[in-house]
Design a protein around this ligand. Structure first.
Ligand code: DQA
Length: 140
């Protein structure tokens, strides 16, 4: 099984960025543990702060992977272009958020991605990604 994890803007700063909201762990540390736990899954990881690069990666993995776990960061709330990229591909996309976006500012309550994703997971810290992996396994 091949799963791509795609992180959007500012998620390269996990571990340093607003730790009361996003925690103290770097994504690299978390990803290593995830790879160990799901050793039979082939993970590809990509992070970019740039909308077009995220779209390019969605196109690249969107036709022959078994799933994409996408945390588009703030582009979740603004990007029709990323939503169109998700609609354009065959691979199921799970939208994830580390924080519970519905407990936060009203501008975070709307997602352009939720309507085009297979499902959305929000509020479980980095374990949101782990729950997304489980969702892809059980729905395979
Ligand atoms: C986030 C929530 C977004 O509102 C925010 O802009 C992020 C991270 C999350 O994982 O909780 O960058 O997607």
């Amino acid at each position: 099984m091949k799963i791509a994890i795609i992180n959007g803007p500012n998620l390269n700063l996990l571990g340093k960025r607003e730790p009361t909201i996003y925690g103290n762990e770097t994504f690299e540390t978390f990803l290593n543990a995830l790879k160990t736990e799901f050793s039979d899954i082939e993970f590809t990881y990509y992070q970019s702060n740039h909308e077009g690069f995220l779209i390019d990666k969605i196109h690249e993995v969107g036709f022959d992977f078994d799933g994409i776990i996408l945390n588009a960061g703030a582009y979740t709330h603004t990007s029709i272009a990323i939503a169109d990229a998700v609609s354009a591909i065959n691979t199921p996309v799970i939208e994830v958020h580390i924080s519970n976006v519905f407990k936060r500012e009203p501008f975070r309550h709307h997602s352009y991605l939720s309507a085009v994703a297979k499902g959305s997971i929000s509020g479980f810290g980095l374990n949101s990604y782990k729950l997304a992996v489980y969702s892809l396994i059980v729905n395979k």
